[in-house]
Design a protein around this ligand. Structure first.
Ligand SMILES: Cc1cc2nc3c(=O)[nH]c(=O)nc-3n(C[C@H](O)[C@H](O)[C@H](O)COP(=O)(O)OP(=O)(O)OC[C@H]3O[C@@H](n4cnc5c(N)ncnc54)[C@H](O)[C@@H]3O)c2cc1C
Length: 441
């Protein structure tokens, strides 16, 4: 039984918005029945912009297709429906000693959404993106075929990071990581500028699986790039202090606060951002010890609907990867000089990534949130072109700004991806606002 209605939707950035026909399938037959006009699948809508929007077309919510289907505890392989959320995976598997191999900075994503964006975590430089751990996916193409795809199949790699445009992912089989405790052995450093920050990464990255840094984008001059660099490793049982060893494995149920209202746009100004950045910096002294996984991986999930803080006009996330550190520093300089920078500026190191539309290349990725204000796009677009000229690229699941030229220049295997997609969807049923903006369909 297919439920359908019209609704205005947006991604996590609340920009852009689009009126779509929403359908809620409850079975594979429903999904098949839903592919009769231009359609895009949507998980929990945590992509930032128009990735899971389809203006005037159909958006297929996968949330009801959320069953656990099996677990092979010898190989540590989980099989589940694609609408299952990462939160539910954590709830069931952490107490049993298993953790997702790759996790984005929020647990409110679906397995299908993770694969379709081929998400990365704080371990990309060592372990790559989620597709490295996916053993197979079951894909329904608009031709009505149900395909079990493995890494041997080119269509598997066109679907990883393929933004829902090769078919609807029905099931995902993913290798989990054994853990002994719910704790992360954690070490953080406060650094005074970008040179110190990169040096701390260089020194500590070989020692830890996970690393990430937060940058205060409002500090300039000698303090440009000051921030906090954090490293983590799943703690082994024998490493834990006695009192934590009594209950080493548990799902962290954190008390959540809800962002109370849609903030007026004037609330986010240079002053409030400076106060936030100063507070973050001063309340994060260097630390070495144990924190639970929730604090390390999902600090933002503690505030429900924090995206409302950016007001009705919303915000965009500008996430790019560049191969050279000089380019990173140059871009940061430009952003700091302009002012009006971002609450959250997150820096990670990246490594290789497979696929036809991979975001990851060896280098550095910086993610910045910008509230939408006049003049923003005029500032960012030339910067975007320059980043691409220097061999960088932008993350499809966050992007709101690229055009087809920038996209094709930075994703050189797009023509190969396009051929695979054309075979899977010859009539062009699968489409999204992102796909049309970038000329992917
Ligand atoms: C606070 C926050 C932190 C984040 N941190 C990270 C991070 O560290 N690393 C990272 O890589 N990403 C990160 N993201 C982005 C997020 O992980 C991805 O956008 C992810 O794809 C969202 O999953 P979703 O289920 O909400 O998918 P949606 O946003 O609903 O959809 C995303 C894309 O996947 C497609 N899709 C979804 N389900 C299916 C399906 N069943 N079949 C086919 N296609 C499907 C959609 O069509 C769309 O193109 C973050 C997002 C937020 C809000």
């Amino acid at each position: 039984m297919l439920r359908r209605y019209e609704k205005e939707l947006s991604g996590w950035g609340n920009h852009p918005r689009a009126v779509c026909e929403v359908v809620e399938p409850f079975s594979v037959e429903d999904v098949k029945g839903g592919l009769t006009r231009t359609t895009i699948a949507r998980g929990l809508g945590r992509s930032y912009a128009d990735q899971a929007l389809n203006s005037g077309g159909r958006v297929l919510l996968t949330g009801s297709l959320n069953l656990f289907l099996g677990f092979d505890d010898r190989r540590g392989v989980l099989r589940a429906e694609a609408g299952l959320s990462l939160e539910e995976v954590l709830r069931v598997f952490v107490p049993r000693g298993w953790f997702p191999p790759i996790t984005p900075g929020t647990k409110y994503v679906t397995l299908g959404g993770m694969f379709a964006s081929d998400v990365h975590g704080k371990n990309h430089h060592r372990e790559g993106s989620v597709s490295n751990f996916v053993r197979s996916v079951r894909l329904l193409t608009p031709r009505g075929e149900v395909l079990d795809l493995t890494p041997e199949d080119p269509l598997f790699w066109a679907t990883a990071g393929g933004m829902g445009l090769t078919g609807v992912i029905l099931e995902v089989e993913m290798e989990m990581r054994p853990i002994q405790t719910s704790y992360i052995r954690y070490r953080s450093f406060r650094v005074r500028n970008i040179d110190e920050m990169l040096a701390v990464f260089d020194e500590n990255d070989p020692k830890y699986t996970y690393s990430v840094a937060w940058i205060d984008c409002l500090s300039s001059g000698r303090n440009m790039g000051r921030g906090v660099v954090m490293f983590g490793e799943h703690a082994r049982l024998e490493e834990l202090p006695e009192k934590l060893r009594k209950r080493p494995l548990f799902f962290v149920e954190r008390f959540k606060v809800r962002f109370p209202f849609q903030a007026p746009s004037f609330l986010l100004n240079d002053l409030t951002m400076a106060v936030f950045n100063w507070l973050y910096y001063t309340t994060h002294p260097p630390y070495e010890g144990f924190v639970d996984y929730e604090r390390f991986f999902y600090p933002l999930d503690a505030i429900d609907e924090w995206n409302k803080a950016y007001g009705r006009r919303g915000f965009i996330q500008f996430q790019f990867v560049v191969p050279e550190r000089e380019t990173l520093v140059g871009v940061l300089e430009r952003i700091v000089k302009r002012g009006g920078g971002s609450f959250l500026a997150v820096l990670k190191r990246m490594g290789e990534q497979r696929g036809y539309l991979p975001f990851g290349i060896p280098g550095w990725t910086l993610a910045l949130d910008f509230p939408i204000k006049s003049g923003l796009f005029e500032f960012l677009k030339p910067l975007m072109a320059e980043i691409v000229r220097k061999g960088g690229r932008f993350y499809l699941t966050k992007d709101a700004l690229m055009d087809s030229g920038i996209f094709r220049d930075s994703y050189p295997d797009f023509p190969k991806w396009y051929e695979l997609r054309r075979k899977a969807d010859p009539e062009g049923i699968l489409s999204s606002d992102l796909a049309r903006r970038l000329g992917m369909v």
